[in-house]
Write a protein that binds this ligand. Structure first.
Ligand code: SF4
Ligand code: SF4
Length: 66
């Protein structure tokens, strides 16, 4: 069954992200990936759970309306 669309999505500020990788295993649907050297949030996989936002040591992740 398809899940309901997320109300919010996580976005990463690549000017701030230091590519530490800490957030990758924190994302339940594995929506966060490192592609080459940049962090990418898969918008179709993010459920808007916010579990990645607070743990980021440099505050690079935030939520935006979907
Ligand atoms: S935890 Fe923050 S700084 Fe580390 S890879 Fe994720 S977004 Fe970037
Ligand atoms: S909000 Fe949740 S689902 Fe979306 S990228 Fe962050 S941890 Fe993953």
């Amino acid at each position: 069954m398809r899940r309901a669309p997320a109300a919010e999505l996580a976005v990463v500020d690549l000017q701030v992200c230091d590519r530490c990788g800490l957030c990758l295993p924190l994302c339940p649907p594995e929506a966060i990936h490192l592609e080459f050297t940049d962090l990418v949030v898969d918008r179709s996989a993010c459920t808007g759970c916010r579990k990645c936002v607070a743990p980021c040591p440099v505050g690079a992740l935030s939520m935006v309306p979907a």
